[in-house]
Design a protein around this ligand. Structure first.
Ligand SMILES: [Zn+2]
Length: 423
């Protein structure tokens, strides 16, 4: 019954999805050479489409690029890098008017508040779903199985009603309001579910409540975190509650599914659908199926490390993203120097690797030369000493750090950000 509803829904919304899913299952065991060939073919098609948009017509002309001369993946480097602000500014001249049927609207907000709107063609949307389903298949998850969803929970009454109906159709339940009682109800529903997905900080809250009430949720075949950094401390609590770690899916609306973690803990790049470049540790993504709104060499804003010859036990040859180290570009301002917000990541990584001290944190800067470091729990005097030692190692005496404990660091509407700049 559930399967029938799912298949019917897919047929209406994403007629190409199943076909694309089977293709992706087939190329799961492809060699790198075979994968690169698929990338090149799709890239050529994407460039042909891009050449129909006023924006790229102009870019290709200015850069003297003839798309027929792009005959290898290396040639991609001839095309200029694009940023979110260009996608926003040149929005209308990037949208490919050739695609005018079955479009799906996407909207994503940027960290600076401006939002990006664009329209995806059906193929793009279907391939994206297919890539997600391939990831699910590694965990034996069928998309029509009962699932819990933790994603945004500030809804108006009407929106809530509409969401509930749609959720019912896809066999999904979610947490609409965050408090201990509602979360406990959610945990009870998870007992009957097969998988759980959403913001990792919310999954963490669920695991804590399950542990506190001695509820075993090892019935879940897959627990998937997205959008936020998965702290190591989350995994400890997850292992206890779910009998497994939180796995991660890495992607963005405009870039599509970039990577999906396999059961052996490696984030395999979805190479059939994206080309990932790493320049000075920064990621550039080309979304090979973004035909209606070409995303080419897009600066997504994350730091990553890519490993090309990783021999994964799962058998996939797809490149692996070793580390996603948070957002690029945010800066902590000391009295004398400036520090990338990534410094915080290293401080807490060191605490966990050197002293097995796992902390959830959020840092806020309201004044130059000062930051407020908020921790979710209390720590011992010795642990405070370790923390201060690590903080001073990076910031010397240039930055006054106020530490507060037992803070609720989950923000209400937005995803958890480890650093907030309020200068
Ligand atoms: Zn693998």
């Amino acid at each position: 019954m559930r399967k029938t509803i799912f298949l019917l829904g897919q047929k209406l919304r994403n007629p190409n999805m199943l076909k694309e899913y089977y293709k992706l299952k087939e190329t799961e065991k492809s060699t790198i050479e075979e994968l690169k060939l698929i990338q090149l073919q799709k890239l050529k098609r994407l460039l042909e489409d891009a050449n129909h948009t006023p924006y790229y017509k102009k870019v290709f002309k200015n850069e003297k690029i003839n798309i027929l001369d792009i005959n290898s993946l290396d040639d991609l480097k001839k095309i200029p890098i694009i940023t979110k602000s260009i996608l926003i500014k040149e929005n209308d001249s990037i949208q490919n008017k050739k695609y005018n049927k079955r479009l799906m609207k996407s909207e994503t907000s940027g960290s600076t508040g401006e939002s990006l709107k664009f329209y995806r063609n059906e193929y793009w949307d279907s391939v994206n779903r297919a890539a997600q389903l391939r990831g699910y298949s590694w965990y034996g998850v069928k998309p029509w199985e009962k699932n819990g969803y933790l994603w945004g929970y500030d809804f108006s009454f009407l929106k809530k009603l509409k969401t509930k109906i749609l959720d019912f159709l896809v066999n999904r339940f979610r947490l609409f309001e965050y408090n201990e009682k509602k979360t406990m109800n959610f945990v009870k529903k998870c007992k009957k579910a097969k998988y759980l997905e959403g913001y990792s900080s919310m999954i963490h809250e669920v695991s804590k409540i399950a542990n506190k009430n001695n509820i075993d949720l090892s019935n879940l075949k897959m627990v998937k975190g997205t959008s936020e950094q998965i702290f190591e401390s989350y995994q400890k609590s997850a292992n206890k509650a779910f009998g497994k770690k939180i796995i991660s899916e890495y992607g963005a609306a405009e870039a599509g599914i970039i990577a999906f973690e396999c059961p052996h803990g490696n984030m395999h790049i979805n190479m059939e659908n994206v080309i990932v470049e790493e320049i000075n540790n920064e990621i550039l993504v080309t979304n090979l199926v973004s035909n209606s709104f070409p995303i080419i060499r897009y600066k997504l804003g994350d730091f990553v490390m890519i490993e090309e010859d990783h021999n994964c036990v799962c058998g996939m040859k797809h490149y692996v993203i070793k580390e996603i180290q948070g957002r690029v570009g945010e800066v902590i301002q000391g009295n004398i120097n400036k520090y990338p917000s990534l410094t915080l990541y290293y401080i807490f990584k060191n605490l966990s690797s050197k002293y097995d001290l796992l902390l959830n944190y959020q840092a806020i800067q309201c004044k130059i030369g000062e930051i407020e470091l908020r921790l979710s729990k209390n720590i011992t005097e010795t642990e405070k000493h370790y923390l201060i030692k690590e903080v001073e190692k990076y910031f010397n005496k240039d930055l006054k750090v106020d530490i507060s404990y037992k803070q609720f660091i989950r923000s209400k509407n937005n995803k958890l950000r480890t650093f907030i700049q309020k200068l």
